[in-house]
Design a protein around this ligand. Structure first.
Ligand SMILES: CC(C)(COP(=O)(O)OP(=O)(O)OC[C@H]1O[C@@H](n2cnc3c(N)ncnc32)[C@H](O)[C@@H]1OP(=O)(O)O)[C@@H](O)C(=O)NCCC(=O)NCCSC(=O)C[C@H](O)C(=O)O
Ligand code: MG
Length: 292
């Protein structure tokens, strides 16, 4: 089962047909990139976009790169997967996944096309059936790396309103985060479409973090900084994490299982979370150093 060994605070989509954006992404501070062949690409540029993303996939240094392919029910799906499998991308993102079988069909094409053993499969969860089958999808294959919520398609198929508070999606978010955590997968929140609403974007990031997402998928570079800030540990959180790790270790050395720090009871489970916080900060620093 793949482990979460890298930060994914911000994952930026870009259309595979837009070579300017593919180029520009090399200098952007997004933790991860999604080179899109699906909804952001018009039918008559799909084949050209496939060639573009395969040419760019291995040019982003340490950043995680996923290629979002077209579905297998489309004229482009099979060839997208076969080409992406050999592109040097870290993973293939499958749109509108509704069953474990769908994932295994993609995996079979990847294997037949010579995909490296460590190339991951990621799933967009963006239909009612996908949400209802998310646990089965989570254990489809050891190649599974994570989930990306597709809230625009989900709103369309649920016939719900895509409101500021996103209450219509809460059950789906909870189910998908549970499945991701139960199977050791990453999970990214959906996109925020109003590029003129910085305050709304920050609130959506905060909500996403509270719900347990690792980060947010983005459509524009201007939102990368706010997503990185919302999903990365603050200095205060890091200080607290280091303090309780040290206090608990000292208590353990005295044969105690618990300790009170600043009036708060600290048990081993808090230390586990604190260690994850410190590890994430280390991964972020390493990624930033590699990009500098
Ligand atoms: C939304 C956009 C079409 C806006 O593009 P544009 O008008 O070019 O914006 P700007 O002029 O403000 O751009 C400023 C510079 O930044 C570069 N840029 C813009 N967007 C990106 C990007 N995504 N990645 C990399 N670079 C980007 C421009 O080239 C400008 O650079 P410069 O030339 O140096 O000035 C555009 O942002 C865009 O296409 N965004 C991505 C849209 C997309 O991929 N959508 C599909 C994914 S979302 C989805 O499918 C939802 C999901 O499936 C669901 O169901 O929920
Ligand atoms: Mg979608």
């Amino acid at each position: 089962m793949p482990t979460q060994s890298r930060p994914r605070r911000s994952m930026l989509y870009m259309p595979g047909s837009n070579t300017r954006a593919l180029e520009k992404a090399r200098g952007l501070a997004a933790d991860a990139l999604i080179l899109d062949l699906e909804d952001a690409v018009a039918p008559d540029t799909k084949v050209e976009a496939r060639a573009n993303v395969c040419a760019f996939a291995a040019t982003y240094g340490q950043r995680e790169v996923l290629i979002r392919v077209n579905g297998l029910g489309t004229p482009w799906g099979h060839d997208d997967i076969a080409a992406a499998a050999r592109s040097g991308a870290h993973g293939i993102l499958i749109p509108k996944v509704e069953s474990a079988d769908m994932v295994r069909q993609v995996e079979a094409i990847m294997n037949a096309s010579g995909a490296p053993a460590d190339m991951a499969v990621w799933c967009m969860i963006e239909t009612p059936l996908g949400v209802l089958h998310v646990e089965e999808i989570a254990r489809a294959t050891p190649r599974l790396g994570g989930f990306v919520m597709g809230t625009s398609d989900l709103a369309k198929d649920m016939r719900c309103l895509h409101t500021t508070l996103r209450l219509p999606f809460i059950a789906a978010f909870n189910l998908c985060v549970m499945a991701a955590r139960a199977y050791g997968l990453a999970i990214l929140d959906g996109v925020y479409l109003d590029l003129s609403d910085d305050e709304g974007f920050a609130a959506a990031c905060q909500q996403g973090r509270e719900l347990g997402f690792d980060g947010k998928t983005l459509i524009h570079p201007k939102t990368i900084g706010a997503a990185n800030a919302a999903f990365g540990p603050t200095e205060k959180e890091l200080d607290w994490a280091r303090t309780i790790i040290a206090a608990h270790a000292a208590a353990e050395a005295e044969g105690k299982g618990v300790v009170v720090v600043d009036g708060k009871l600290i048990e081993n489970l808090h230390v586990v979370t604190a260690r994850q916080t410190v590890a994430l900060a280390g991964q972020i620093a390493a990624l930033e150093a590699a990009a500098a």
